[in-house]
Design a protein around this ligand. Sequence first.
Ligand SMILES: [Fe+2]
Ligand SMILES: [Fe+2]
Length: 246
Amino acid sequence: MLLGAMGDAHGGRFLRQEGLGRELKDLDLLLLAGDITDSSDIDAYGTVLAAIRKRSDVPIVAVFGNDEYEQDREELRRMYDITFLDDERVDLNIDGRIVRIVGTTGALDRPTWWQRNNVPGIHEMYRKRVETVSSLLDREGCDLLILLSHYATTYHTLRGEKERAFPEMGSRAMESVLLEKRPDLSIHAHAHGGSRHTVVSKKQRTLDDPRGGVAVPVWNVSLPLNKGITRFEIEVGEVNDVRVLL
Ligand SMILES: [Fe+2]
Ligand SMILES: [Fe+2]
């Protein structure tokens, strides 16, 4: 199956129209990793969706970024007929396979200065969110398990950004969840100047180490970085094989 993913369109600023038809071609599913609009501009969100819809009727699953403000999320759900996930999950049947998407804005190890000063209980909120995502990431009854978040789920894909900002751009706590719950793929955005790809892994210490030999691919699908939609060709089987078409 062919999946596409992108984030950080920022109301169209980073969405290139030329080539978009080709990037959307033959996709079974498109994942939007947040910051699709800028400063919670609801109409600009629609502008990006319209550019996609002009070229493709692919099913779309989206999470909210920090530029889709909490107070506007209900309005976005009401306005646009795509599947939004906010600490939720959905099962989709694609070619007879059950694809489970767990969607979240994600967590930060250290809330930003603005968040620390304006959002009461933000530390606790992020801590709880990591727990929620962990409990949603259950592969029972699905063939392919994907974590879609806005914030980075590891620091490795933040390489290229200022190192001192890493705790305010992603979550090592989420990385531990990846190693424990082993989704087939973790997709995020938010790091406009980060790195595209990493594999989060844990070496097997003993033969019966339940977390041994884990390797979870993580892709940063931020548009300013990738200059287009990232396309994943996934072969679903005993061991799911995720490849990226450049
Ligand atoms: Fe962004
Ligand atoms: Fe962001």
